[in-house]
Design a protein around this ligand. Structure first.
Ligand code: C2O
Length: 615
């Protein structure tokens, strides 16, 4: 008998118990300038990979090792890549946060990210150098899972990134206008367009009766988007990498950096096509420029010969509330916190007249020495937050402590917060205008018994939230607003988790130090690079001094108006001087669904991997 019983059993066994061997997925990424015109309205320089833009999707299986060999081919700017939502357990040095877990990679240098991925779901990767990802250096990072609990309930999956888009350079032109004495109210530049799959007018061809899993990712710099599919309901099965008990939603709200996987079952007939609509949340915009189209439209195409209908106007946005989602693993509310980090958020001016963002009256300034290297080289003093500098909002977390992060938003804006290295239970989230969180027995009794877990969460205007997690991942993890304008203006805290354990467990690869040497950046000592007296922070990077007493934002506006108009004439400041002071009120009156622009990049006929075709 050629096929022995033994062989037969092996084959049958493999078939019955397929085991997926962990693979190594290797990518060579030359980060380069390229061109992109995703809204068909403006061709601009973008940051691409291997001369291509949009940048590639990274797709791996749970358990895989990922090796990304980066070469910075940009020529003029430094870079770094962050893998948003990936825990990097025991591998914090691969987190990609420039100035925090590594030196940024200078032009002409190489740097390898090498880590294992032990969690399934929908993530993304992006530059973590100030204001750089909105230039296009952001893309999906998908972790497939052979044990996906809903895998029998869908036929195909479709990765669907959303984004906002700017025509001008964000990291240079717009950023220097944003953080400026000429913009004392801190009005954020408003995006020029919304994108779906890095294009507009995307067509997704579907087959009657099939069920699709859409992995929706908001890769925006700024704008949250409402998202819905006309004539179809969605079943949410994943948020930010956490499987959930299926929950019906007719509209989602995705802040910058949030992700949802939803199951959508196609209709049984092919009589019509249906609009897929994304709409930027204009509450975020201080003033809505004339002619802005906040919407991006695509279609579920059942029959390519039939018309592609315009999206229907809506009376109001009524998005699904994520707070009630229940993780499918049933993880219970963690015990009462051992340690609470309370962060009071405000926006205010400093002595240079520009507007900054603050936690507890401190605006983040990146330290001279990346925080990870300070933790590794300051001995026992690594548990003293002072060595990390006054402008880093450093908090020391003890191994396995239950930690609460309370954010009190003393600002009329909405802010999406993200914690690196963890996801968190969302144990409390207030409505608008609730004021600061005040702990009491009845509020605590109302915490959900199985709270929603995710890695990015919205705090509402003048509201608060409480997040809870176990400090079981030694590392240096940022907690920040994921509106890139606010990250740049300082809305960042640094969680220093088990620093002494890092000293004994971490080995930093040589190419990480080589990047520091090439960048002429110190990598030893306290935040100021002092290797002898760790408590002497002389020479550290610090924020501008406070405003002299009595100065207000309005005062600065008046001053700027008079100085500039005297010297340059009014025209020079028309672009920003005319911005109103208050957070947007007038946009409520605007039509919700405007017409999609014409002549934009055409979506392609697609199967499981829709790729917008760019001209
Ligand atoms: Cu999407 Cu600090 O990260």
């Amino acid at each position: 008998m050629a096929l022995s019983l033994f062989n037969f059993l092996i084959i049958a066994g493999l078939h019955l118990f397929p085991f997926i061997e962990a693979a190594t997925v290797t990518k060579d990424f030359n980060i380069t300038w390229a061109y992109g015109n995703p809204d068909g309205a403006f061709n601009r320089s973008v940051i691409g990979i291997n001369n291509q833009w949009p940048i590639p999707k990274i797709e791996v299986n749970k358990g895989d090792r990922v090796v990304i060999n980066v070469f910075n081919g940009l020529g003029n700017v430094s870079t770094a890549l962050h893998f948003h939502g990936i825990f990097l357990r025991g591998q914090t040095e691969m987190d990609g946060a420039a100035g925090v877990t590594q030196c940024s990679i200078p032009p002409g240098s190489s740097f390898t990210y090498n880590f294992t991925v032990d969690q399934p779901g929908t993530y993304w990767y992006h530059s973590h150098v100030k204001a750089q990802y909105p230039e296009g250096l952001r893309g999906p990072f998908i972790v497939h899972d052979p044990d996906m609990p809903f895998k029998d309930q869908y036929d195909e999956e479709i990765v669907l990134p959303l984004s906002d888009w700017y025509h001008q350079m964000v990291s240079t032109t717009l950023m220097s206008r944003f953080i400026s004495f000429a913009n004392p109210t801190g009005a954020e530049p408003v995006p020029d367009a919304a994108l779906m799959n890095d294009t507009q007018n995307l067509q997704i061809h579907v087959q009657p009766g099939k069920t699709y899993m859409f992995r929706i990712i908001n890769m925006a710099a700024f704008a949250a988007q409402y998202f819905w599919i006309e004539g179809h309901t969605m079943r949410v099965v994943e948020v930010d990498g956490v499987y959930t008990e299926p929950a019906e939603a007719s509209m989602l709200y995705l802040t910058a950096a949030q992700r949802y996987s939803v199951l959508v079952t196609a209709k049984n007939e092919t009589g019509a096509n249906f609009a897929i609509q994304g709409s930027m949340d204009q509450d975020l915009f201080d003033a809505v420029p004339d002619g802005l189209n906040p919407n991006v439209t695509g279609w579920l195409v059942y029959d390519g010969a039939k018309e592609l209908p315009k999206a229907q106007p809506l009376d109001a946005f009524e998005p699904f509330d994520d707070f009630g989602l229940v993780p499918q693993d049933g993880e219970k509310l963690l015990d009462k916190a051992d340690y609470t980090v309370t962060l009071d958020l405000k926006m205010d001016n400093l002595g240079d007249g520009a507007n900054y963002a603050f936690f507890n009256d401190i605006t983040y300034v990146v330290p001279k020495v990346p925080t990870i290297y300070t933790a590794l080289t300051t001995g026992d003093l690594a548990t003293n937050p002072a060595v990390y500098g006054v402008n880093t909002n450093a908090f020391i977390l003890k191994k396995d402590d239950i930690v609460d992060i309370v954010v009190n938003n003393n600002d009329p804006g909405k802010h999406p917060f993200h914690l690196h290295g963890h996801n968190f239970q969302v144990v409390s989230r207030s409505a608008d205008e609730a004021g600061p969180f005040v702990a009491n027995a009845s509020i605590e009794a109302a915490f959900p018994s199985v709270p929603m877990r995710r890695d990015t969460i919205l705090v509402r205007p003048n509201g608060n939230f409480v997040l809870r997690f176990r400090a079981d991942n030694p590392g240096i993890w940022l907690f920040h607003c994921h509106i890139e304008w606010h990250t740049a203006s300082g809305l960042i805290a640094t969680m220093i988790e088990s620093p002494l354990e890092l000293q004994s467990s971490l080995t930093i690869p040589e190419d990480h130090y080589a990047a520091c040497r090439a960048a002429k950046q110190p990598f030893k000592g306290n935040a100021a690079g002092n290797e002898k007296d760790f408590l002497d922070l002389k020479g550290a990077n610090v924020s501008p001094k406070p405003l002299p007493a009595g100065f207000t934002a309005r005062g600065i506006v008046a001053l700027v108006f008079s100085i500039i108009s005297a010297f340059l004439g009014m025209a020079a400041i028309a672009w920003y001087g005319a911005q109103p002071l208050g957070k947007g009120t007038e946009m409520a009156a605007r039509g919700i669904v405007a017409e999609a622009g014409e002549g934009v990049g055409e979506g392609e006929v697609t199967g499981t991997r829709p790729v917008g075709k760019l001209e």
